[in-house]
Design a protein around this ligand. Structure first.
Ligand code: NAI
Length: 283
């Protein structure tokens, strides 16, 4: 039996629902957070500290206030990542890959930052993480349609920075508005699954989190790209997410309370992904 749909409470705002017992969930954990200077990354950094952890922040822009150590780096650039990795302290207990650019950025840049740079950086630091570390990628509801792009995703599996321009041109990725962003997130969800057992003998876990639209400085870029679709999705939702809806899920995945979730993509979208699946399957 499907329960009748609840009335829509348009005025519901986010509440801090973290119970007291878990308020030191990240005690003593040192977490690397990319994209720490804005939006979801900044809120995740703040929350990690509130939950007892410390933050090694990375961003191309100036540091936010919620970091213990900060490294300025350009995650679209191999040399910058190499320099960053050589300077980073070893033994961190977690990595939150949150840095990203919106679909309105040039398609080559979107794929470099949101996919190629993220994978390269992760590959470079993974051996230096502590045993039992957790890695969390910020994917997106935009990655939900990965099954329709499997061949392209396979072809992009080992894409290097200097091959991105050619890949984008060959697949005409720049010709459809926002496709670069959707593709990068689809490939990221797949990469998360493929790494379900990477270094499991050391207790590592790798997962991703997929929000729908979130109120951050890049929300207008998403709305511009999605056009009519954004309006439709706004109509079925109570509200947009805020970074405070997303960061607690990232924090949970980074914590020791998550031991048995591996290679999984967790939608944090107020039910949008389920809504799409129900509509697609006539449920
Ligand atoms: P934001 O723009 O507020 O934060 C992104 C951060 O990444 C910024 O501080 C920016 O400087 C940094 N960054 C971008 N390019 C970089 C580079 N080359 N090197 C180093 N740092 C770089 O955006 P937001 O919304 O917080 O996005 C965070 C993540 O969440 C992104 O991966 C985005 O794709 C994802 N996301 C966002 C949604 C939204 O509606 N805002 C929805 C679903 C996913």
């Amino acid at each position: 039996m499907v329960l009748t749909s609840a009335p829509r409470y348009l005025s519901i705002k986010h509440k801090n629902l973290i119970p007291r017992k878990v308020n030191k969930m990240l005690d003593g954990k040192q977490i690397i957070v990319t994209g720490c200077s804005s939006g979801i990354g900044a809120e995740t950094a703040r929350l990690i500290k509130e939950l007892g952890g410390s933050v090694i922040g990375i961003d191309r822009n100036e540091a936010s206030e919620n970091v213990d150590q900060f490294f300025q780096a350009d995650l679209s650039n191999k040399a910058s990542i190499d320099k960053l990795v050589s300077e980073l302290p070893k033994g961190a207990n977690g990595l939150a890959n949150i840095a990203g650019v919106p679909p309105t950025a040039p398609p080559e840049l979107v794929i470099r930052v949101n996919l190629v740079g993220l994978k390269y950086f992760t590959g470079k630091v993974i051996d230096d993480l502590a045993d039992g570390a957790s890695i969390v990628h910020l994917a997106s509801l935009a990655g939900a349609g990965w099954q329709n792009a499997v061949d392209q995703i396979k072809e992009a599996a080992d894409l290097d920075f200097d091959q991105v321009d050619d890949f984008v041109a060959r697949h005409k990725i720049g010709e459809t508005k926002g496709r670069s962003y959707f593709f990068a997130k689809e490939a990221l969800v797949v990469w998360t699954m493929q790494n379900r057992w990477t270094q499991r003998e050391r207790g590592l876990r790798i997962n991703s989190v997929s929000p729908g639209a979130v109120e951050t400085p890049i929300l207008p870029d998403f709305l511009e790209t999605l056009g009519k679709k954004a309006e439709e999705s706004r109509k079925v939702m109570d509200r947009f997410a805020t970074p405070k809806d997303v960061a607690p899920v990232v924090a949970f995945l980074l914590s020791d309370m998550n031991q048995w979730i591996r290679g999984t993509n967790i939608p944090v979208d107020g039910g949008q992904f389920s809504n799409v699946l129900c509509n697609m399957n006539g449920l």
